[in-house]
Design a protein around this ligand. Structure first.
Ligand SMILES: Nc1ncnc2c1ncn2[C@@H]1O[C@H](COP(=O)(O)OP(=O)(O)OP(=O)(O)O)[C@@H](O)[C@H]1O
Ligand SMILES: [Mg+2]
Length: 305
């Protein structure tokens, strides 16, 4: 990706928090770019700093070092050109489902009248399967339903960039599949740029053009960037028939099981790419092994520290 095509650019990002031992460097020297219309996922163990990076991209948290530029301008605070789905829903508890979504729509298009705002909000409430629940408040909703309100709110403002923090984590498999398909459709139709955190390697391979692999914290960094070489019209129902799928999946699982920790401990290092950032690899295009490597089951990331 040339600098010219880069829509979002992250340079030398670092975040330190005060701690009982003085200071905790969560991550350091984080560099990456996202092209306009690109879908990028980030994967890493719990606590490595993924949400903190997303909050910095959203302008909700100040970095301790480094810069974020979006569309040629430095990100210095929150803005409606970025739609965020938070890990913890972050809904307004006194507002209904319709209230939460239409509040965002009204902020984005202040000149719209009430009917137009509600019709627009309803489209996205329907999209996430919540029609009929418009008048419920967050306390009356399940975790998955709250998550869907957050998704509807972020999609409804049609942002230049979507920032998604494990948006499908609390959804049942069926709903998750439906919303993943919708997200792919929206991205294909609108060339939406997306930065998404996930713990699910299969989800990352289905959705992402590139997958950023983050080493364990503290002092975490983007250790590697994996290019998804599967065709962009891949679908949930057919993706596993492509031999490239297993090569990419095994590469990601191997990183999470072994290399993410070794890199943090300084046991192995990854070469820097031409730009000085993390190296980019295409495991899907690697030649076949003489003895096929069995597919390792995906690790339960929250249980691993
Ligand atoms: N406000 C804060 N003050 C102090 N430490 C913090 C603060 N926010 C986050 N941290 C620490 O920064 C680290 C990274 O947190 P973050 O929430 O970004 O992790 P994460 O990769 O999103 O984890 P998970 O996968 O569990 O959501 C953790 O060690 C966390 O304890
Ligand atoms: Mg998180």
């Amino acid at each position: 990706m040339s600098v010219k095509d880069t829509f979002l650019r992250v340079e030398g990002l670092a975040k330190r928090f005060p701690s009982s031992k003085g200071e905790l460097t969560v991550f350091d020297k984080v560099d990456f770019g996202i092209a306009r219309g690109e879908f990028v996922c980030i994967i890493g163990h719990s606590g490595c700093g993924k949400t903190t990076i997303l909050n910095v991209l959203a302008g909700l948290e100040q970095p301790s070092g480094g810069f974020v530029f979006m569309d040629g301008r430095e990100v210095s605070g929150p803005g409606l050109e970025r739609g965020v789905v938070f890990q913890g829903h972050a809904l307004m508890p006194w507002m209904t489902v319709m209230g939460n979504v239409s509040f965002a729509v009204r902020s984005r298009w202040p000149s719209w009248n009430r009917a137009k705002v509600e019709a627009h909000a309803r489209r996205f409430i329907d999209l996430v399967g919540l029609s009929g629940a418009e008048h419920k408040k967050p306390a009356e909703l399940s975790g998955g339903m709250k998550q869907r309100v957050g998704i509807a709110r972020a999609f409804a403002i049609e942002p230049k960039m979507l920032l998604l923090d494990e948006p499908f984590g609390a959804l049942d498999a069926l709903t998750r599949g439906v919303i993943q398909d919708e997200l792919l459709k929206i991205c294909a139709e609108t060339h939406q740029t997306v930065f998404m955190i996930t713990h699910d390697v299969d989800e990352a391979i289905l959705l992402a053009d590139r997958i950023l692999l983050m080493s364990n914290g503290p002092n975490a960094r983007i250790a590697e960037v994996v290019r998804n070489t599967l065709p962009r019209d891949r679908t949930r129902l057919t993706i596993h028939h492509d031999p490239q799928f297993y090569k990419i999946r095994n590469h990601l699982v191997d990183f999470l099981v072994h290399r993410s920790k070794l890199i943090q401990q300084g046991g192995v290092d990854t070469a820097a790419g031409a730009s000085g950032g993390p190296v980019e690899v295409s495991p899907g295009l690697e030649p076949d092994q003489p003895d096929p490597v069995p597919t390792v089951p995906a690790p339960r990331l929250h249980a691993v520290r």
